[in-house]
Design a protein around this ligand. Structure first.
Ligand code: PLP
Length: 370
């Protein structure tokens, strides 16, 4: 029995091996390791494909958020509102910048920040909102933009899990003031190492971001502001440019698989399958169900050679770096409840019909034998 992984980067590499290998070879031949034409070409095509004026490549998706916060001048004494449910980067970067994360519970159907609970968290210190397009599903941007505009808050869209997902026919990352992306290998658009980017339409902001990411300088020895060393490297950019040609097809396939799972798993046991927001084009970075029997189901699937994951086992406010802030389960009931019930099933574009069938049958059998 072969195992079904949660994601399969080898299958994807096999499908684009020659192109990727020759792209990497070109970077080495030109020793264009840091900066250079491969980075510039990727930045331009990524910006264009998103419909944004600027893209600044950075070292990873975590730095992208930190640098965007810094570029807005957010730091000590400031508060930044974000979702209680995400990968740690979303909140750790707020602390890195010196500001305080303020957590808002998630919408019970969509797992993204609940827009109706944002306004009550806004204070005089609030400077920005970081919504996350979690699991590949756009956050509900219309009410988020409305509340941000009403209170003069910046929006940084954490788009690490949602490259080219759409909301009302518009690409995520183009609703706020800036958006950040990760190209971690397992992301929908993944490099062969770490990588990240910030996109924005604001010329001045783009220049500040580029400075901060490059020791506060645009040219050599032109250190005008405090910065960091966080750049996308040439080899990663070249790999990403190859993959950019296939991302729409891969996202389309993920959406198809997500819908296949939804159909096959509807009404099975106590499973709650993911709901797609009516305005959203979901690109299923991960496919996550909920069940009271999460740990037992995970165990049985593992015995069947089916890998699963938990995204994420502890909601952000309850992780050690944030417990000082004093959040309780009653204050964030949805995130608190869901952390023990969620389970992510295998999801990647190369997943075959036979594999999908094996996963859904194993789950059905689990509930029959209950
Ligand atoms: C992956 C991820 C990041 C950070 O990306 P890295 O490139 O790993 O630093 C940030 N936010 C979210 C929601 C992510 O999933």
């Amino acid at each position: 029995m072969t195992t079904i992984p949660l994601a399969d980067l080898k299958a994807q590499y096999a499908s684009i091996k020659d192109e990727v290998n020759s792209a990497i070879q070109s970077v080495i031949d030109e020793t264009a390791f840091v900066k250079g034409r491969f980075v510039k070409a990727f930045e331009e095509s990524f910006a264009e494909k998103n419909g944004a004026r600027h893209c600044i490549g950075v070292a990873n998706g975590t730095d992208a958020i930190y640098i965007a916060l810094r570029a807005f001048g957010i730091g000590r004494g400031d508060e930044v509102i974000t979702t209680a449910f995400s990968w740690i980067s979303t909140a750790e970067t707020i602390q890195q910048a010196g500001a305080t994360p303020v957590f808002v519970d998630i919408h019970p159907d969509y797992y993204t920040i609940d827009p109706s609970k944002i306004e009550e968290k806004i204070t005089e210190r609030t400077k920005a909102i970081i919504p996350v397009h979690l699991y590949g599903q756009p956050a509900d941007m219309k009410p988020i933009v409305a509340v941000a505009r009403a209170h003069g808050l910046k929006i940084i869209e954490d788009s690490a899990q949602a490259h080219f997902a759409e909301y009302n026919g518009q690409k995520v990352g183009t609703f706020g003031d800036a958006a950040t992306f990760s190209f971690y290998p397992g992301k929908n658009l993944g490099a062969y190492g770490d990588g990240g980017a910030v996109i924005t339409d604001d010329d001045g902001l783009a220049e500040t971001i580029r400075r901060i990411a490059n020791h506060g300088a645009l040219g050599k020895h032109d250190h005008e502001i405090g910065g960091v060393n966080s750049r996308l490297d040439g080899i990663q950019a070249a790999v990403l440019s190859v993959k950019l040609q296939y991302i729409d097809e891969w996202n389309r396939r993920r959406n198809e698989i997500g819908n296949r799972y939804n159909d096959a798993l509807a009404g099975v046991g106590d499973l709650v399958t993911p709901k797609i927001h009516p305005a959203a084009e979901h690109i299923f970075h991960v496919y996550t169900v909920r069940t009271e029997k999460r740990d037992a189901l995970k165990e049985v699937l593992s015995e069947e050679g089916i890998s699963t994951g938990i995204h994420y086992p502890v909601a952000l406010p309850f992780l050690p770096p944030f417990t000082d802030l004093g959040y309780t389960g009653e204050q964030l009931p949805v995130a608190f409840d869901y952390q023990d019930k969620i389970l992510s099933l295998p999801m990647y574009p190369e997943l075959t019909s036979t594999q999908i069938e094996r996963v859904t049958s194993a789950i059905a059998l689990f509930y029959e034998q209950e």
